[in-house]
Design a protein around this ligand. Structure first.
Ligand code: BG6
Length: 526
């Protein structure tokens, strides 16, 4: 007899555009910024899309003088602000009152200290109340929107209060935000701690990059098309560049960032998710475990990163998007002699049959000249032989560029003959922009992630082994950097493309970084 797995249920839910099953979302850190800016706006969008069932409810848990009414009021004010001033998250300049009321009616705030046991009894009592009303044990999704030091203790307390036990009719799941550990040992320790209470299928480790449509589209691009995958290997690919450039500095996050830095903040999580989508082997199916196993395999295949293949940088004062900005060491809550990096560039090698010998260059940084997240795949050049005896001195390079954000889309650059009597070759590009084909979606980027948790599809979440493998891959760099103070910080001006050492790194491999934000899809790139 075949049993109905959560994945089968999830597939049916998607295929039939179904509502997620009724559930209670309990948000620890309910009064915090993440809840206001992302979680609740995403829920509002899910309400508008008809994805939440009538039996859905939200419990916010947090410190401070918050009541259910004041919570609703604050959340609504944030939605209004996002609708008016935001980046088009709602595709409307005002909030739909009916959708908001639907959500607001289902909200309760429980003020309390989540490091103390009492609040868990209150949560338990509220859930028992709900189950008495509904005549069934509620499905519960706990969302840990709190600082990472609380992940373990909250899960311990949830377990202690008997809140994590599942039955056939009601599931219990936990969403854990990033950062998940700060090196191999701490990630292993956290995994061990939480798995004493939860089984792996109850744990949803979020990486918000996987909530981006363009990131999810990489799988479709590769595996739903016959034209790319045959070229996707060392025989055809010259190298890959992954860039996540930001035009913001550390802003008000100095306290967090000082002991995190660009490498921990962006690489083993966000950039590695992009890397995995691009470089992993085709999974046997789109089931969570098949996909996640391929990601782990990829991270395990990353060649130990040598000290010459990692560059760190810290911004000095400069001008970003026309505005003068101060150096990192003068940001709030930052040490005046801080050695925390705000930029990192790496060269990775992947030791497997598909990628051996193909360099992957990754870079990310704060206060760079443009905000862009891009993956550029350069293909090998055509042999010149055919053009012998012609004025052609160099052939343009062929790139496939995936624009993750902004200006979402992709482009392929190739050579064309300029019309005329001479043989002249020019780089041209074919471009696909999402906005040309699809209606913009009302989204803050957490909608799919939340919906997937509710329907039990963990494909877009990190499994324990992949998190640990990713930390293992960057651990040599963390160790090298911890052993040696950078002598030259700050080493790039805010608003520049990063430290010169990063140019030297890639030049050693006879390649060059693409200009940040140059928009490869545009004609006459170089
Ligand atoms: C977060 C990092 O996880 O991702 C931030 O902590 C970074 O430092 C952000 O700015 C980037 O995400 P996005 O979606 O704005 O590219």
């Amino acid at each position: 007899m075949t049993s109905i797995t959560p994945e089968a249920v999830a597939r049916v839910a998607r295929a039939t555009s179904r509502q997620a099953p009724p559930a209670t979302l309990v948000i620890f850190g309910g009064g915090g910024d993440l809840t206001k800016r992302l979680v609740v706006p995403a829920l509002y969008n899910l309400v508008r899309a008809g994805r939440l069932a009538d039996g859905f409810s939200i419990i916010g848990v947090g410190r401070g003088e918050i009541t259910t009414d004041s919570w609703r009021h604050d959340l609504r004010a944030m939605l209004d602000a996002l609708a008016v001033g935001g980046g088009g998250e709602f595709q409307a300049d005002c909030i739909d009152d009916e959708a908001w009321d639907w959500l607001a009616r289902r909200m309760t705030f429980l003020p309390g200290d989540f490091t103390q046991p009492e609040i868990y009894d209150k949560v338990k009592a509220l859930l028992a109340d709900q189950s008495a009303k509904q005549g069934r044990g509620p499905n519960v999704l706990f969302y840990l929107a709190v600082a990472d030091r609380y992940f373990g203790p909250i899960i311990d307390r949830l377990g202690g209060a008997g809140l994590t036990g599942q039955t056939h009719e009601a599931w219990r799941r936990v969403i854990i935000e990033k950062p998940f550990g700060h090196d191999v040992a701490s990630a292993q320790a956290l995994n061990a701690q939480i798995r004493r209470i939860l089984s792996e299928d109850q744990i949803y480790r979020i990486d918000h990059f996987l909530g981006k449509e363009t990131v999810q589209n990489i799988l479709v691009l590769r595996f739903a098309n016959g034209i790319f995958e045959p070229l996707w290997n060392r025989d055809h690919v010259n190298h890959v560049q992954i860039t996540a450039a930001e035009t913001v500095g550390v802003e008000t996050r100095g306290r967090f960032y000082e002991h995190t830095g660009a490498l921990r903040d962006m690489v083993p999580n966000h950039l590695f998710q992009l890397l995995a989508m691009i470089a992993m082997e085709p999974p046997t199916s789109f089931s969570a475990n098949d996909v996640r196993s391929k990601k782990t395999d990829l991270f395990d295949a990353i060649h130990p990163i040598g000290s010459d293949d990692a560059v760190r940088g810290q911004y000095g004062a400069g001008t970003v998007l026309g505005k003068p900005v101060r150096d990192y060491r003068h940001e709030p809550n930052v040490e005046p002699d801080s050695t925390t990096e705000t930029y990192v560039a790496l060269k990775l090698g992947v030791d497997n049959w598909r990628w051996a010998g193909v360099p992957f260059f990754l870079r990310t940084g704060k206060y760079l000249p443009a905000r862009t997240t891009e993956i550029a795949i350069q293909f090998r050049q055509a042999p010149y032989a055919l053009f012998r005896g012609t004025p052609i001195e160099a052939l343009p390079r062929n790139f496939l560029t995936l624009r993750i954000q902004p200006d979402e889309g992709l482009s392929i650059s190739f050579s064309a003959k300029r019309p005329g009597q001479e043989i002249e070759i020019e780089a041209v590009a074919m471009d696909f922009a999402y906005r040309d084909y699809f209606e913009p979606l009302s989204a803050v980027g957490y909608e799919t992630l939340l919906y997937d948790c509710l329907i039990g599809d963990a494909m877009l979440f990190q499994r324990a082994d992949a998190v640990e493998a990713a930390w293992r891959a960057v651990q040599p760099v963390l160790d090298n950097w911890a052993a040696e103070r950078p002598g030259d910080f700050p080493n790039y001006d805010a608003g520049s493309a990063g430290p010169e050492q990063a140019d030297r790194l890639i030049a050693r491999y006879n390649r060059a970084w693409l200009p940040i934000g140059a928009g490869l899809h545009r004609k006459n790139r170089e």
